[in-house]
Design a binder for this molecule. Sequence first.
Ligand code: NAD
Length: 729
Amino acid sequence: MTDFTMEKGADGVAVVTWDTVSKSMNVMSMEAWPDLEALVDDALADDAVKGIVITSGKEGSFAGGMDLNVIAKMKESAGDNPAKGLFDGLMGAHAILRKIERAGMDPKTNKGGKPIAAALPGTALGIGLEIPLACHRIFCADNPKAKIGLPEIMVGIFPGMGGTTRLTRKMGAMAASPFLLEGKLSDPKKAKAAGLIDEVVEDPLAAAKEWVLSEPKFVKPWDEKGYKMPGGAPYHPAGFMTFVGASAMVNGKTQGAFPAAKALLSAVYEGALVPFDTALKIEARWFTNILMNPSSSAMIRSLFINKEALEKGANRPEAPDQKVKKVGVIGAGMMGAGIALVSALAGIQVVLIDSTQEAADKGKSYTTAYMDKGISRKKATPEKKEAVLGLINATIDYAALEGCDLIVEAVFEDVGVKAEVTKKVQAVVGPDCIFATNTSTLPITELAKASNDAEKFIGIHFFSPVDKMLLVEIIKGKETGDVAVAKALDYVRQIRKTPIVVNDERFFYANRCIIPYINEGIRMVKEGVEPALIENAAKLLGMPLGPLQLVDETSVDLGVKIAKATKAAMGDAYPDGEVDEVLFWMFDQERLGRKSNAGFYGYDEKGKRTGLWEGLAAQYPVVDDQPDLHTVQHRLMFAQVLEAVRALEEGVLEDIREGDVGAILGWGFAPWSGGPFSWLDIIGAPYAAERCDQLTAEFGPRFTTPALLREMAEKGQEFYKRFAAEKAA
Ligand code: NAD
């Protein structure tokens, strides 16, 4: 069975219909390309055919793009010389699209040939837009839900089937840049206004047919003599400014840590200097370069394939549907207010409780403010606002919790307060209600002791700000049962976030890894490492925030609180005395971070960072002999990654996919790497173990090679090979 079929009408129009077997949206596979080519060949050769329309058999969409599962494996399946195999494969696809674009015209005179239009019922993404871009005119249905664009950059690649070259030539580099560099998606009307597509109509198939029969002029501008790129090519004075600006912007945003953005820009710049067919070749070379870079397959694996698998319940235990109908949120502070908001946005009825009506109302007003902002940005309507607010009952009355099937507790981080709340809740709700705590530091198993049914007690750990952060960490206590896990997973799915499920150990997974990163940064301050070197080393690794900025954002007093509690729990084994010295000193100086407008950074009266605080050097002088960048980076990187490996060794993590996806979504771990385990696979276990030995010798036992990593180094194993095999077994 083939994904493309063709019907030749009596009117002289051949309609090629794309309908990927057994998928709700079309995706391109390697096998489908020759089918498409054969149909185009047939139609071009048939004298009875006057024009061709390419459309989709799916309602409301043209295509979702290339099958990313295929892209992730392209390198492996490209033969002994993968770079050549990939390049040849890409050029093969280019030849087919170029055949559509040239459509049988005489190469010299541009005479003859047949017009080819694309008729899109809706969404057209990635290759699903690159094929239409090769056609002569793009008609799209007036479908406001449809998304049009080239999102490849979001998963570490770039449009490599002519989309980069065609869009730049169609729109000009400046206008194309948000679509190429940021993966911006638009609805059909906005896509037309921007010049991405040509027409928005009621019936795209009818309009496309009419157009191809109207004897239109259809040669592409870049195939005509005297073509000039809109906005100017790189050597044109206007174009020159575009490229200087774009290059600065890309480097500013990515710090050079994302290879795809750089490759894309190179393909655009170099392609703009040469004729079209050479530009396609350049695009294919850069795309090959990106596919050969392990970063692209690691990013696709974590940010697309595994993220989606976790969202669809890859680790959900067998249990009947646990969709939440009514949730009780206890504590209407920063976290509770956000949890109420995201629940109501998902259509769930919410009871939001605090100890005073004023506090409960304040929590609800967070949703009011959120919806008002949405209305001012035209993303929400007053009706939607009323509907969402109507779902939230802000009260102090625990009786209102009756009928709740899930409770999320977000009161003060205090065992006593939490225990009291647990008891009060359980006096009202039914025996099937699942009780979740949003604690970030207290052991779930301990908190469950206040509950009359530890099987129904679980951790659902949100990150702040709740409405922006995509990850939710679900924590199983020792006695947590399957139904509670299923409930938590079904709830996270309802509110459209990504879950990971971990076991109950100090700081669970995300905080366990991020704290050593912060601490390593502070430790270096104590040693006299230049703070700018610490911060920039982190940024150049692709971390969204340097460790010192992260302390400022999360606040020094929170750090002090966590340090004191951890020390109390660990006693003599506590390893971070050096860190605490700096942290407690900052606390004494009342430099608490952003919230006090003073921290490791200085801030102006509007709260804008003005640079690293110069006063730090008086207390912790910068030493003359500074470490090299690579050493600073490896300290910051291994501090996090080794903690991830230990979490796996100890069984806190049960699935390395969760370790990688959780790291990127939870604390922004260098996304280009695909996550801590992917990073270790990229550098290889033998080198990682050797590097740990060196770091241990130089900086101390916190870098000791975990036994698992040592064993893998000796056996030459990779995490994704070893643990995928173990999972399958
Ligand atoms: P917060 O101080 O902003 O809010 C706590 C709220 O709970 C307050 O409004 C308080 O009035 C209310 N409260 C206290 N005792 C109560 C009681 N007995 N009954 C009803 N309401 C009561 O704190 P927060 O930052 O929202 O944190 C709440 C929980 O979430 C904590 O367990 C914290 O560890 C956890 N958490 C916080 C973050 C974060 O970044 N702030 C992230 C993840 C988890």
